[in-house]
Ligand binder design. Structure first.
Ligand code: ADP
Length: 407
């Protein structure tokens, strides 16, 4: 923002500065040339009048020559950078003189005036040349000095503008930073509140049913079969709550956690995960394969194993029985777990890593899921400096990519 304002203001300033200097230079040169033109026209007039008077005095005297006379004049005016020539023509011409500005001519820069002498000497044509090399040089010198001044002013203005904008923007930037901090704190507070709400909701259901079954067990003398069934429900719900507690504890441990990094052969890890999950895979009729480029990652092994278990477990749950396929890959420092399961609706994708979020609440709860698996996976990726990306197409499958940064 500050840099953009600086560039825009500075460009505008440069445009105005250079345009005004250009206008001033053009005005100065034009007025200087006008002044020279007027001066030479006046001088030409005075010369032609004096010359006409001298010619009328000398005209007819024996031995007089107009060229000698003009030569005398020329010698005198050469001190003023003026050269004079006279030509005798067969016919008289108009006494109106023609003024021409010759720049970069063979004899340098000059103002040339050519005109006939007044009557009765109209057959004499007088050529007047004022050499203005020195004046033009002076103008060029002024231009150079002015341009140098403009360049220095531009540089000084850049520094001054930068300092000025820094002073003006500092309080604004501080305000923006403070606002961002407030927004961040608000978001944190909201997400904490959201977590507490979700957690309360999550444990209310099992607690209610545990209480209900316990009450039922206490009341009547029940047949042994029903007692066993009620105890089984109580144990199921307790196990679910213990799972939640264990995962929350794991998440808490991972906060500000620095993993103990070790070089891990990813192919060996994939093989281990496949072996451990094979009873579950066989039970559901899901095929799982893996492929690696033979590479290694620097990571804490138990955490990466837990991450892979979570992702593969989710994939198994998502797959149709006897038609599922899961692939684990390790290529270019990326671990990818993909499946051809039910997929995830696009609107649910941004919420997947929120604690306790499930796409199909009832179904996933029945599968024993806590809704904390992907939260944990994201946290494991983050403590390794990796990023987790989830891509999915509903009814086609899901692909989860963990981007590790190069060691
Ligand atoms: P859960 O304990 O419910 O599996 P997770 O945090 O691991 O919790 O996953 C959150 C939700 O994301 C799951 O309930 C499920 O609906 C959805 N999900 C995760 N992985 C997949 C997948 N591979 N295919 C389809 N849905 C998935």
């Amino acid at each position: 923002m500050r840099i953009k304002t600086f560039i825009a203001t500075y460009l505008l300033f440069l445009f105005i500065l250079y345009a005004s200097v250009g206008v001033v230079l053009i005005y100065l040169s034009n007025s200087q040339l006008d002044m020279l033109r007027n001066k030479s026209a006046a001088q030409y007039q005075s010369i032609i009048q004096t010359l006409a008077r001298d010619i009328s005095i000398l005209h007819g005297r024996p031995g007089w020559d107009v060229q000698d006379l003009v030569h005398e004049y020329a010698r005198y005016f050469s001190r003023h950078n003026v050269s004079l020539n006279i030509f005798e023509e067969a016919q008289n011409g108009s006494a109106n003189a023609e003024v021409t500005l010759v720049l970069d001519g063979e004899e340098g820069h000059r103002i040339s005036i050519v005109g006939h002498m007044p009557e009765p000497f109209g057959h004499f044509l007088l050529e007047y040349n004022l050499n203005i090399d020195a004046n033009i040089q002076e103008m060029l010198d002024i231009q150079q000095v002015l341009l140098l001044v403009v360049v220095v002013v531009s540089l000084l203005a850049a520094v001054a503008l930068y300092i000025l904008l820094a002073v003006v923007f500092r309080p604004m930037e501080r305000m923006v930073r403070a606002e961002q901090r407030v927004i961040l704190l608000q978001e944190e507070a909201e997400s904490k509140q959201q977590f507490v709400d979700n957690f309360t909701h999550e444990i209310r259901t099992p607690l209610t049913s545990i209480y209900g079954f316990a009450e039922y067990l206490q009341k009547a003398s029940l047949p042994a079969e029903e007692i066993a069934e009620s105890a089984h429900f109580i144990m199921d719900e307790t196990r679910h709550m213990k799972n939640i507690a264990d995962t929350l504890l794991e998440l808490a441990t991972l906060r500000n956690f620095s993993p103990t990094l070790k070089e891990i052969k990813v192919a060996a890890l994939f093989n281990e995960v496949t072996q451990s999950l094979s009873p579950l895979l066989d039970k559901k009729g899901v095929r799982m394969v893996y492929d690696t480029d033979g590479g290694t990652i620097k990571a804490q092994e138990d955490l990466i194993r837990s991450l892979l278990f979570n992702l593969c477990n989710n994939a198994i749950k998502a797959c149709k029985p006897d038609a599922g396929e899961i692939k684990m890959e390790f290529l270019n420092n990326k671990i990818i777990v993909s499946d051809n399961g039910c997929g995830i609706p696009i609107e649910a994708l941004p919420k997947l890593t929120e604690p306790f979020f499930r796409v199909d609440k009832a179904r996933n709860r029945a599968h024993g899921g806590t809704g904390l698996g992907l939260t944990l996976c994201k946290q494991i990726a983050e403590v390794h400096g990796a990023k987790m990306e989830i891509a999915s197409i509903l009814n086609e499958g899901t692909r989860i990519i963990i981007h590790f940064t190069k060691p």
